[in-house]
Design a binder for this molecule. Structure first.
Ligand code: URA
Length: 268
């Protein structure tokens, strides 16, 4: 790929277009060992070598990250007031990264962050039916036929019923720990109970459900449980297609996706 030097530097994390122009002017940028003078000079990303202050820089056309999204952070690229999921990706080079899909502010778990628009489009396309697995802690008395009702599709106030969702009830938190090896969630809920002296009734009768959906409507899972008289008090995403949350990552931590993981996501 051939791109302008200023775009190459900006995309590699060396600042805005204006900032990289000053960088070039200040005489610290070289191309294939020769001092660069013109910001508009074309760089072949496969064969040219660009250095800043003598250090060769690498160019990634695309970046792919897996973030363990913590609660309390908004799923947006930037926001004037609130901290966003992009603010958590400190090692990012590219300025055009965005989250693939949206998790509510209080929802935790797997979030992919990239600048690969085609991949994101495919993963989110309603036609592709990419399955997403969540675990929901739910208050209220779940109806006996809740599994069948989620499978049949629910009226959540939209034009159409929801697509069939697969629900699996966990007997207790240890089943969840066994399946997902998630120690964090256990600690979180212990804290929750310990913290409240006057335990709110709503937390005394929690049910735990694993739920697989293939759509991405606004507040979809919360509205589905609401439709059967329950309330989601905690929601966490564990997988998207074949990609599963890496439990070496604590909430707020991230890592680059491996080549294999990128390939799985691209194969949709
Ligand atoms: N469904 C919801 O209700 N919230 C999310 O964050 C994701 C799915």
């Amino acid at each position: 790929m051939n791109i302008r030097l200023d775009k190459y530097l900006a995309d590699s994390g060396y600042g805005t277009r204006t900032e990289v122009k000053s960088l070039v002017k200040s005489g610290v940028v070289s191309i294939n060992g020769t001092l660069a003078k013109d910001c508009g000079q074309k760089i072949n990303t496969d064969s040219d070598t660009v250095s800043v202050r003598g250090v060769q820089i690498g160019f990634d056309e695309y970046e792919y990250y897996m973030l363990h999204k913590p609660g309390g952070i908004i799923t947006a690229s930037r926001d004037k007031k609130a901290k966003t999921v992009l603010d958590l990706i400190e090692s990012k080079k590219r300025r055009d990264l965005f989250p693939v899909g949206r998790l509510d502010k209080d929802t935790e778990g797997l979030l992919v962050i990239t600048n690969d628009g085609d991949m994101s489009h495919r993963l989110l396309s309603p036609k592709k039916h990419v399955s997403k697995t969540y675990v929901a802690f739910v208050s209220g008395v779940a109806p006996e036929d809740i599994v069948e009702r989620f499978e049949a599709g629910l009226d959540i106030g939209d034009e159409k019923l929801t697509k069939p969702a697969k629900l699996n009830r966990f007997d207790d938190i240890s089943c969840l720990k066994e399946k997902y090896n998630d120690l964090i969630i256990e600690t979180r809920f212990k804290d929750h109970f310990v913290k409240s002296d006057d335990i709110d009734n709503k937390y005394t009768s929690l049910s735990i459900f694993e739920i697989k959906i293939s759509e991405g409507r606004y507040h979809e899972i919360k509205r589905m449980f609401e439709a059967v008289g329950c309330e989601v008090v905690y929601l966490k995403r564990y997988s998207m297609g074949e990609l599963t949350l890496d439990f070496n990552l604590k909430p707020g931590e991230y890592r680059r996706l491996t080549e294999e993981e990128v390939k799985t996501l691209k194969d949709f």
